[in-house]
Write a protein that binds this ligand. Sequence first.
Ligand code: NAP
Ligand code: GLV
Length: 311
Amino acid sequence: MRCVLVSRSLDLRFYLGPQFMRAADCIEIVSHPHDGPATDVRLAVAWHPPDDAFERYPNLQAVCSIGAGVDNILACPSLRPDVDVIRVVDPAQAQMMSGFVAWHVIGHQRRFATYQAQQREERWQRLGQRRAQDVPVGILGFGEIGRRVAADLALLGFPVMAWSRTAKQTPQGVCSFHGTAGLDAMLGQTEVLVNLLPLTPETKGILNRTTFARMYRGGYLIQVGRGEHLVDADLLAALEDGQLAGAALDVFATEPLAPGHPFWRYPRIVVTPHDACEVSVEAIGATFRATAEAIRAGRRPPHSIDRERGY
Ligand code: NAP
Ligand code: GLV
């Protein structure tokens, strides 16, 4: 069996490293575009594949993402509807995300940005403290990562709410919401909004003027889903009129964020370069091996996404 590495944004051979290549037992790994017999390629590892990437491989059965998200693979026009798309589920990634989100939630609660500004002016002024239990957090997306983030924030004492598509049993300290009515109900009680949704036609643009208007005034946005979830102009308007006090943005519709984009220099926006958390190469390797094993055995690979649902 052959596996093709396909990306227009990353050198996957370098990114995955020699250990990954060695661990791929009895599978020849080639880079796209592959000159040899394309009919032998049954597996691909991809991240932002070029539009025509999969046209060459008529016997392709599965495409593995190198991350939790698969939106960039599903967006590829040459991906046939019968090909399985597999994402990585990595508990270590969820833990890293949890730390990243907690950093920003606590930063908002403890007014770190204001203290940093005061330091620059050599100003010694206590701002007063707010208890975690007085800062309600709403999480959009209650999946592999959202669940870990919710549980950890609840342990830190924040009132935590989480929104998903389907109804959920939630751990202690987390309140669950689902569907459109659930979203409105959760936003009405949310001060800090964390976006951990996959990008699908239903979730695109969900971080918009209406969403922000439903939150507590002076709220905070932590955007770690995908850039296309956010309507950039609506965020700037919500910050300007005080509906939002600040935002931490890790993902952007165009990455890298374009030079001169207003987010770079907006004083109450923190920009990080899509670095909230990444999956380990070991986890990618384990996903890849499980996928290859399933294909050989004629089974559906684990962590195959639902192509209809888009995640
Ligand atoms: P996941 O396990 O697939 O969970 C997705 C969650 O979103 C589920 O709870 C799902 O609801 C919910 N959802 C999907 N569509 C919805 C809709 N229309 N309405 C309401 N809820 C909806 O995904 P994950 O592993 O937690 O990852 C989530 C996302 O985080 C990724 O897709 C990616 O965009 C982002 N991410 C970003 C970074 C970064 O570095 N910034 C790193 C990793 C991941 P159900 O439970 O009802 O299905
Ligand atoms: C990163 O954004 C991921 O999807 O893992």
